[in-house]
Design a protein around this ligand. Structure first.
Ligand SMILES: [Zn+2]
Ligand SMILES: [Zn+2]
Length: 264
């Protein structure tokens, strides 16, 4: 794998202080989300009834596809709209996606907290709401709502980790991860490699990529982009604008060649 050097960043003391606070926030959110998911599993085991098996399996399967759809929607929106300067979302969500096109290998150099922390921050309040409004085993007739929402949050919190694993050299992933990727239970490397070709406008789903062929066959991204551009009266800012001219030329050469997997 071609390991490019990650550019050092010059940080002021106040930047470093802000990053440290954010990291503590990320760690707290990851711990809280892990705790809430564990409570869901324990309560499910405690209150399990045979009649729940169907709803549980259906909710789990539905969440698997729903998470892929949500991951695609978020990725598409961050790639195609706004800029790294957009308030709040710009720095924490849009900038990482744009940087990822310029330096796709950089994600493999990041630690667990940096890769998954922001998603945990976004989803922990939803998990708390699920426990408050859809508690398991307290007279509710079906666990469907709780299992669906908890599974959806679980898949989504793990999504960026699956994304990172799809960029790692295959021989650095464990046999279990390689098997999960081969079966497309998590995002496969070759599948995701198709997103990393100019103009970065397909295969946005990064949980498992199952929905990509369907969404593209139906032209969902094209129709959504046209509708949003019309409604907001603003031009979208494609990811292409945020790449250096040298990388743009390099990608344009690749775009002219047949589909190829990630350069791993
Ligand atoms: Zn992208
Ligand atoms: Zn990627």
């Amino acid at each position: 794998m071609n390991q490019r050097e990650i550019r050092p960043t010059l940080l002021t003391a106040s930047d470093r202080g802000g990053r440290n606070h954010h990291r503590i926030f990320e760690m707290a959110a990851l711990l809280c989300a892990g705790f809430l998911l564990a409570v869901s599993a324990l309560r499910l085991a405690d209150h399990f009834e045979a009649a729940w098996l169907g709803p549980i399996l259906f909710a789990g399967a539905l969440a698997y596809f729903a998470a892929d759809l949500v991951s695609g929607l978020v990725h598409w929106a961050c790639d195609r709209f706004g800029s790294p300067n957009t308030p709040f979302l710009g720095e924490n969500f849009i900038a990482p996606f744009r940087e990822h096109h310029r330096e796709p290998e950089a994600i493999t150099q990041k630690g667990f907290v940096e890769v998954n922390g922001n998603t945990a921050i976004a989803l922990t309040p939803i998990l708390i709401l699920v426990h408050v409004s859809l508690p398991l085993g307290t007279g509710h007739s079906s666990p469907f709502g709780h299992i669906f929402m908890a599974s959806l949050c679980g898949w989504l919190i793990a999504t960026n980790q699956f994304h990172k694993l799809a960029h790692q050299p295959p021989n650095t992933n464990s046999p279990l991860i390689r098997w999960l990727q081969r079966k497309q239970l998590i995002l496969p490397q070759i599948h995701h490699g198709r997103h990393h070709r100019a103009p970065f406008d397909r295969h946005y789903c990064i949980t498992n990529g199952r929905l990509d062929p369907w969404l593209e066959k139906l032209g969902v991204w094209i129709h959504l982009e046209a509708a949003l551009t019309r409604l907001s009266h603003t031009r979208n800012e494609p990811a292409e604008n945020f790449r250096s001219p040298a990388r743009r030329l390099e990608s344009d050469r690749h775009a002219a060649s047949p589909a190829r997997p990630l350069d791993l």
